[in-house]
Ligand binder design. Structure first.
Ligand code: MN
Length: 260
């Protein structure tokens, strides 16, 4: 049964951007903000309310207003983070990412952390969380990591999977009953390089050692996972790490913060 309205947690979801594009027929190429369909299904599966967050405008609500009103922030996946957002130049033009979306999400991250409200970054969101805290990224796994696994396959998409090594004694290991191995999906071509302030590595891919999960040390619950829990189906993909404890942990942190 759904919780009563006043008890429902309110989760803000960062938007994906379609910038203005005269080639795009939908909405005549006008700018759009959107979410991937499985994200609200996953986040809302335990009764939380999910809201897509528009960019603040000079006369509208600010990042701080969203953080004040909502119980948690989730950063969606999507386009690459721009290397310029962590002080580097793109090694190739194709890896330039979206600096406008970065600035918007970095604004959201700081506003929520300022109020000790929980933040979960998924895929790009996991990388963005690291960049917001001063860390850097690997721009392209295949060319920058020798012998790397296939972390992104455009055709297989979320069916692409690999093994995970979870740090013994870590938060993530404890969340999953002390386990240190798991299997997860993988749809990313960038990864965390240098961890940002307070960013602790919780899991890496096997055998190539790509950072796949992080925790941020500090008063806020802030976590990042490089995989896509929203794409996995606990019934049909029992080989994958169960996506439910991660969500429950986020919502538990949100509830604790609300009752503080
Ligand atoms: Mn991966």
């Amino acid at each position: 049964m759904s919780p009563p309205a006043e008890k429902r947690l309110r989760v803000g979801l960062s938007a994906c951007f379609f910038h203005a594009d005269p080639e795009r027929a939908i909405f005549n190429g006008r700018p759009l903000l959107y979410m991937e369909r499985s994200m609200p299904d996953y986040l809302g599966s335990t009764g939380a309310l999910v809201y897509l967050l528009p960019e603040p405008t000079p006369v509208g609500p600010s990042y701080a207003d969203y953080a004040e009103d909502l119980d948690a922030l989730v950063l969606q996946g999507g386009v690459d983070v721009s290397p310029r957002s962590y002080g580097e130049e793109p090694l190739r033009e194709a890896w330039s990412g979206d600096a406008l979306r970065d600035a918007y999400e970095i604004g959201l991250v700081h506003a929520f952390l300022e109020l000790d409200k929980p933040v979960l970054g998924i895929c790009r969101g996991h990388q963005l969380l690291n960049v917001a805290l001063g860390g850097s990224l690997i721009q392209d796994i295949p060319t920058q990591i020798d012998g790397s696994l296939v972390h992104r396959d455009g055709e297989r998409y979320q069916k692409n999977q690999h093994e995970l090594r979870i740090e013994p004694g870590s938060w993530l290991s404890e969340l999953y009953g002390g386990r240190t191995e798991a299997r997860i999906n993988s749809v990313h071509h960038q990864a965390i390089d240098r961890p940002g302030r307070g960013v602790v590595v919780e899991a890496r891919s096997v055998p190539d050692g790509v950072i796949e999960a992080v925790r941020v040390d500090g008063p806020s619950w802030a976590r990042g996972v490089q995989w896509h829990p929203e794409f996995s189906d606990p019934e049909r993909e029992p080989e994958l790490l169960d996506r439910r404890p991660l969500l429950e942990s986020l919502l538990e942190a949100a509830r604790a913060r609300r009752e503080r």
